[in-house]
Design a protein around this ligand. Sequence first.
Ligand SMILES: O=C(O)c1ccc[n+]([C@@H]2O[C@H](COP(=O)([O-])O)[C@@H](O)[C@H]2O)c1
Ligand SMILES: Cc1cc2nc[nH]c2cc1C
Length: 375
Amino acid sequence: MECLENPAWNRYTREKLEKLTVKAPDEEIRKKVLNNLDHVAKPLDGLGKFEALTAQIGAIQRTEMIDISRKAVIIMCADNGIVAEGISQSGQEVTLTVVKKMAEKKTSVGKMAETIGVDTIPVDIGVNDKGKIPGVLDKKIRPGTRNFRNEPAMTEEEAIKAIFTGIEMVSDCKEKGYKILATGEMGIGNTTTSSAVTAALLHCEVAEVTGRGAGLSDEKLIHKQKIITEAIDKNDLKKADALRILETVGGFDIAGLAGVCIGGALYHVPIVLDGVISMVAALLAERIVPGTKDYLIPSHKGKEPAMRRLAKELNVEPVIDGNMALGEGTGAVMMFSLLDIALSVYQDRTTFSDINIEQYERFQIDDDINYWGKR
Ligand SMILES: O=C(O)c1ccc[n+]([C@@H]2O[C@H](COP(=O)([O-])O)[C@@H](O)[C@H]2O)c1
Ligand SMILES: Cc1cc2nc[nH]c2cc1C
């Protein structure tokens, strides 16, 4: 992958993006890991969904010797012009304040990540500020998107640059030795952009996929839904493709995270998804580069109503049912902990033969928990 700081970044065109192809995770490895898990001295399928997740991570990394020792959460930070319409309880300036604190590890994701030894990588992909933010990677496309009530949030060129920024982040992280990555974000107003993109992609009722975000009154929630509905209708987005939907009502954070998902698929790095912003980015990524979704690991079910529809469309069942709506990558970092714990059983496994017990015979296959494929 060429460096995006190279002035030639504008060679990254829609055509180049759409030509990217993804190889499926290694099915043989997936089956081998599932078989190894059957040899572990425990009830068959005893780790439930964590068995399917473990096998999928092996298939993504193309090895039975699964390694998720070095972990990071890539936190795409950006402002949204639509905030001018009063769709959030906060103003845009709050994004910058929180991002500065994020760099000092003083926000929720920083505390969680420090607790379990995960690195946080905050990225300024479009914060509404002219200067560089100390401790934050400067990949600014533009200081915030435009107000999508009046005009498209971004140009096609900006959207594509943001996507390639995410792709390149994964390449850089892999080179630095990270074995698994998570998606996080910070950006006031990004539940509005996420709901708008979801409604347009899934052709569903705006009210069905639009919630209160970080907190809204009933009256403001109706206003938020009205703004989204108007933009979808005015731009005829139910007939648009994924990229045009992203440009029109999306955000730089969503675009960057879609790139992270695609990067995971291109560089064979498992990507753990956080909340609604990450999930919509995942669906965009899958629509732009089919096959990407097989590289994505869901974390939590979330509170925003769009989460349910997005999980269904991506055919994933997140394991954490915590009614969370924090963002920043917090749910994904929690999932890292669970994956570490589940993997401890696999990596240094005690088998039936180790303890001289006859191995359980498999009479049935629980396909419900093997949503990536059959045993
Ligand atoms: O991750 C989620 O599902 C989630 C749900 C609600 C809110 N958030 C966070 O809250 C902010 C957006 O809320 P809002 O109301 O300004 O759209 C943004 O910084 C997100 O990280 C995140
Ligand atoms: C303080 C604060 C932290 C956040 N983290 C994600 N969204 C946020 C919004 C606010 C206001």
